[in-house]
Design a protein around this ligand. Structure first.
Ligand SMILES: [Zn+2]
Length: 82
């Protein structure tokens, strides 16, 4: 894994979390593997929705009991509701 500055990590986290091309962009620009990007995202408190593959902030992918769930786009059931 290449050595990344905090600034670069911030750019990667922001782009991967918010733009559809972020994963490919980070792999191409920083010579990263998918699992390395997942580690970076986990360190930044993002986790990956098992259904759509988008990274979501930790806490979004757990229900009121802390059980893992899909993101609100994949599973619109309100967290802690019904
Ligand atoms: Zn999802």
């Amino acid at each position: 894994m290449p050595t990344l500055t905090d600034k670069q990590i911030g750019e990667i986290v922001d782009r991967v979390a918010h733009q559809g091309d972020g994963m490919g962009w980070a792999m191409g620009n920083f010579d990263l593997e998918v699992d390395e990007i997942e580690d970076i995202m986990a360190d930044a408190n993002y986790e990956r929705c098992p259904e759509c593959g988008w990274f979501k902030e930790c806490g979004e992918l757990a229900d009121a009991e802390g059980e893992p769930r899909s993101c609100t786009e994949c599973d619109p059931t309100p967290i802690g509701g019904e």
